[in-house]
Design a binder for this molecule. Sequence first.
Ligand code: SAM
Length: 251
Amino acid sequence: MAPKVFLVGAGPGDPDLLTVKAARLLRQAGIVLHDSLVDARILALAETAELIDVGKRCGRQSTAQSKINELLVACARTGQVVVRLKGGDPMVFGRATEEVQALAAAGFDCEVVPGVTAAVAAAASLKMSLTRRQVARTVHFLTGHGAEGGMPAHDFAALARAGGTLVIYMGGQTVGGLAAHFIEAGLAPETPAVAVENASLETERRFFGTVSTLPRMVSEAKPEGPLLLLIGVALEDARHAEEVLEDAQSE
Ligand SMILES: C[S@@+](CC[C@H](N)C(=O)[O-])C[C@H]1O[C@@H](n2cnc3c(N)ncnc32)[C@H](O)[C@@H]1O
């Protein structure tokens, strides 16, 4: 039987970055369970669906994951087309595995529809390749907080040694500790860093600095939307390119 439950990526916010398949499924859905961060213009596509806000926002969670799993199974039992709509890509810091497993345990198959994850949306805004020949050979997607909300137990020395681009999700609250850990682990304090708030939306803001100035940049910016932190030598070019363009346009 064709699966009736879809775990769908809503992308980073800009409705134009939704996949064609996601848009089609939203139009067909009977029930949409969505994260709070999903843009209203995207939800508006689900004209005939019952919308259920399961409340995840910026990594905070107002509905326990176990409750979301139960709700998803209950929705699947209705036999309607069910869309579980998640910010960005469902498979990146989205706890999708738990939802897939809960559905499977109840006998329901599902299909996963990828979305544009925040890291690539931010890279596009910055016009910065996350990888670059000779300069950034690796990309790491990292969580900015541990299971209980404190510092994550990363191998900071190994990440610093890797010398690639570090992309930190959910790091707005722990940015001070993260920067200190990276510098202590050997990352040069002057390593370029960027914070991107609301990547892809009209309200997007970008802050350029270094890993040592990143905590001050973030605390001064007082971001209210989702924030992504990017650290790495490849970012130097992004800042430079923006400055060159601004200078050329002002001449
Ligand atoms: C629980 S994670 C979910 C990530 C999502 N599954 C994805 O693929 O982008 C939430 C975090 O993603 C990042 N994020 C999501 N959307 C963003 C955006 N539009 N701009 C900047 N960061 C974003 C922020 O770091 C936020 O705290």
